[in-house]
Design a binder for this molecule. Structure first.
Ligand SMILES: [Zn+2]
Length: 143
């Protein structure tokens, strides 16, 4: 049995095992650099996910804080298997692909409200797209 490696940071190792080479616990991937906490907004079939974080940015000119949102592509190992709506911790690593250079190291909690919100937003987007297509079709017919 392959035991989870210690990463040297304050995270709980996952209970499941995996044989992913790009897994920080069971593979050969080393983590370093920034740690980011955020929610999973979308998840691919394979080991990729999109994470969204919020941070407060101080604007000197107006002496006020500005909320900034950032989207990140992260690696989602099989042993962690984060779902949409999960709050996760991701840590920087070597570039895994063109857009991925972060890997999920811990699943903190699952937020049902966030999951619902994300689904609602996606449905709205789909509805808008559908309306636009209909409009375009109608215009085409008129011509
Ligand atoms: Zn693993």
């Amino acid at each position: 049995m392959v035991e989870a490696k210690k990463l040297g940071i304050d995270v709980k190792p996952p209970k499941d095992k995996c044989d992913d080479v790009k897994c920080p616990f069971h593979g050969e991937l080393k983590v370093r650099g920034r740690t980011i906490k955020g929610f999973i907004v979308s998840r691919d079939i394979h080991t990729s996910a999109t994470l969204e974080t919020e941070k407060m940015n101080y604007v000197k000119k107006y002496e006020r804080h500005l909320k900034k949102r950032m989207k990140l592509r992260v690696h989602n190992p099989h042993c962690i298997n984060a779902q949409v709506g999960d709050e996760v911790k991701a840590m920087e690593c070597r570039p895994l692909s063109k857009t991925k250079h972060f890997v999920i190291v811990e699943k903190c909690r699952h937020d049902i409200f966030v999951e619902q919100k994300i689904k609602e937003i996606e449905e709205e987007k789909k509805a808008k797209k559908g309306n636009n297509d209909n409009k375009n079709n109608q215009e085409d017919k008129k011509e």
